[in-house]
Design a protein around this ligand. Sequence first.
Ligand code: CMP
Length: 143
Amino acid sequence: MEKTFLMVKPDGVQRGLIGDIVSRFEKKGFQLVGAKLMSISNELAEEHYGEHKERPFFGELVDFITSGPVFAMVWQGENVITTARGMMGATNPKDAALGTIRGDFGLTVGKNIIHGSDSAESAVREIGLFFKEEELVEYSKLM
Ligand code: CMP
């Protein structure tokens, strides 16, 4: 079953949006297989956002993601990586369609509410950074 890593960023947590965001993915039909409210260390932030290391906003990105608690999640389901990206909307909320998470709740690219893996390779890497194998559950096959 395809899995992806999603994370409500500090702005989304602070604004009380965890419930709404979780609800959207549940109602779509995806299954939550791992979740934790946590603080991100500088080391983890730099590793997670390693591909942006040379970007001028890298320092700002690391400062922001470590500034308050995040809600890290693993979701599973058919085409969950691509579909979740669509539900999140464009990276910059000003370009994100209404009805998407960033389109409905965000204003600026730095504080864009949610992160989601952009490929199967990123999903494996990011899930491994944030979760141990034993922190992910298996759903009953009887229902
Ligand atoms: P995310 O999906 O978490 O992946 C990388 C993040 O970099 C992205 O969301 C944005 O929040 C952030 N980002 C992209 N461009 C900029 C920018 N110009 N200034 C600040 N942050 C940015």
